[in-house]
Design a protein around this ligand. Structure first.
Ligand SMILES: *Cc1c(COP(=O)(O)O)cnc(C)c1O
Length: 435
């Protein structure tokens, strides 16, 4: 299989090359030149198939000539070593809990898989690689944990001082080992600018092998298609009715991965894009033109995206047919007040605690039922553990959110990040000294 750019002006490359490059040289995003259709035998035997078996079957055609079967299975077993339960919360609504990884959010899937693929690619090379990441919170911790202890790879994270939550800072700046964190005296935009400058600095790229790990990377997307199929497998153990999938969305990587699974032959009644007030895609799905704009901040802040980068992958997947996209995906946006009310109501009715991102998904699933008369059950992807957003959730349910052990442990650890000015020269000398 080859990977081509959504902009169509770059040479086709292998998976490993697309992963190393991140963005295609023409500025587009890498996509497979052709979606593999998995055999009926696979789709018929889903019940009682494990996440790791499903992952292998899906990933295999993407990596056919690049990695041997045993090595691929090992990477998947090792990356996805946590549970992904499907929990029924109302008669027709199920939640697929994607937050049992080390940073308690679904970004662990992509980050852990990508880290192991990077490490494998580096195995026969002398020079270490340094992954440089600017983060406003969640991506940084998933990448840091994903690469922790992975041989041949260093990670350098930049985050804006005082502008990430205490918990996020604890999750990304206490790790040590091959992870270095810099707290920048500035904003997230400053962090991003400094990282961009580093990539284009000729002197740095001569001495240090820099790479990126941002959310558009193909190696982060692929493993996200595994859990859709695993969610369906668990559903099929309970009922023959085909579910629809609801996806709390920001950059739309998660939804794109689901659509990949659909194109590979997965049964799905429908896909639902659930957003907060950053509603560019729902507006488009309701018939307006696609109009990116500046992001607005909300309580589901990991979805505060005004110009979703993966939308171009969705357009490419449907051959740029607005009609086909609008037929496959239903979309809806919700306000913070609606989100808070949903968390409160669902807790009082069922005892289940939603994080703000998942709550947006639940609202969309409910609205989809009410507006379309859909009677099939729905699977809402739960993208984060509610304890990560305790400050929002606890006042709504009037009690503490039980904190998982690993989160408690990291709250006691010491912050190891170094302060740095919001200035490229400071970053450059730090990198020169440390790598
Ligand atoms: C990143 C993130 C999202 C949005 O996912 P996309 O793939 O960018 O659409 C939703 N919820 C949480 C908790 C996230 O961290």
């Amino acid at each position: 299989m080859h990977f081509i750019s959504t902009k169509g002006q770059a040479n086709p490359v292998s998976f490993m090359e697309a992963m190393s490059r991140g963005l295609a040289p023409d500025g587009g995003l890498y996509v497979p030149d052709e979606m593999p259709l998995l055999p009926q035998k696979f789709w018929k035997s889903l019940p009682d198939t494990s996440l790791q078996e499903i992952g292998y079957k899906i990933a295999r055609p993407f990596l056919q000539n690049e990695i041997n079967p045993a090595a691929l299975q090992k990477i998947i077993d090792d990356a996805l070593n946590f549970k992904v339960p499907l929990v029924q919360i109302t008669e027709r609504m199920y939640v697929l809990e994607l937050f049992h990884g080390p940073t308690l959010a679904f970004k662990d899937f992509g980050a852990r898989f990508m880290a192991r693929m990077f490490s494998r690619q580096l195995k026969n090379q002398e020079q270490e690689i340094t992954i440089l990441v600017a983060t406003s919170g969640d991506t940084g911790s998933a990448v840091a944990h994903g690469f922790l202890g992975v041989p041949g790879v260093n990670v350098c994270l930049l985050y804006p001082a005082g502008k990430v939550s205490k918990l996020q800072e604890k999750q990304m700046a206490t790790l040590g080992r091959n992870i270095k964190a810099l707290r920048v005296e500035g904003t997230f935009d400053d962090c991003q600018r400094m990282v961009k400058q580093a990539f284009s600095d000729p002197e740095l790229s001569k001495d240090i092998r820099l790479s990126s790990a941002n959310s558009i990377n193909i190696a982060r997307l692929l493993p996200q298609s595994f859990y859709y199929v695993y969610g369906l497998a668990q559903m099929q153990e309970r009922t023959d009715i085909t579910p629809y999938f609801t996806v709390p969305s920001g950059n739309f990587g998660n939804l794109t991965a689901g659509l990949w699974a659909l194109k590979m032959g997965m049964q799905a009644e429908h896909f639902i894009a659930a957003t907060n007030r950053n509603d560019v895609v729902p507006k488009y799905l309701h018939g307006r033109s696609y109009q990116p704009r500046a992001s607005r901040s909300t309580i589901s802040n990991a979805m505060d995206v005004g110009d979703p980068s993966n939308f171009s992958r969705i357009q490419h997947l449907f051959d740029y047919s607005d009609e086909a996209i609008r037929k496959a995906i239903w979309g809806q946006s919700f306000t913070d007040d609606e989100t808070r009310a949903c968390i409160r109501r669902l807790f009082s009715e069922t005892g289940y605690i939603l994080d703000p991102h998942t709550a947006v998904g639940v609202l969309a699933a409910e609205k989809f039922h009410n507006e379309t008369g859909e009677t099939n059950p729905g699977i809402v992807l739960s993208t984060a553990h509610p304890a990560k957003f305790g400050d929002v959730v606890e006042p709504l349910i009037n009690q503490p959110v039980p904190m998982p052990e690993r989160l408690k442990r990291c709250m006691d650890k010491k912050i190891l990040s170094s302060p740095i000015e919001a200035d490229f020269a400071a970053l450059k000398s730090f990198l020169m000294e440390n790598y």
